[in-house]
Ligand binder design. Structure first.
Ligand code: FES
Length: 126
């Protein structure tokens, strides 16, 4: 075998490590300030909330029973738009940490999703 052929696999591995794939979750236009948005993450359901300029994302599964939180599509917040509310038994969660502060799963947390964003979109941060 020629020496040049022996070098190809190593070079291909180097090139492969330079490829960065960003998984886009949604456009920022879909999530105006003060709103919530459902999206899928592989086979799982998730949601994001835009509050005071920051975006928070969690798996859509209540720590109490593991079922979806919203009472209608994209409706995750309580009447005051201050807390995330589970529609089944009323657990309330802090928007910025996902901590349950009231209800049957008090002290538990929603599962956060690491995200990053640019001027137009939100991406999964792996
Ligand atoms: S399923 Fe969410 S509080 Fe019971």
């Amino acid at each position: 075998m020629k020496p040049s052929r022996l070098k190809r696999p190593a070079r291909n591995r180097e090139l492969a490590t330079l490829i960065i794939v960003k998984i886009r979750l949604f456009d920022l236009d879909q999530l105006p300030e003060g709103s919530a948005l459902s999206f899928t993450l592989g086979s799982k359901q998730a949601f994001a909330i835009h509050r005071e300029g920051a975006i928070y994302a969690y798996l859509n599964a209540c720590p109490h029973l593991g079922i979806p939180l919203e009472w209608m599509p994209n409706e995750f917040l309580d009447d005051e738009n201050e807390l995330i509310q589970c529609s089944t038994h009323g657990a309330l969660f802090l928007i910025d940490t996902g901590e349950c502060v009231s209800g049957p799963c008090r002290g538990d947390r929603l599962t956060p999703i690491a995200i990053q964003q640019d001027a137009t979109s939100v991406y999964l941060d792996e």
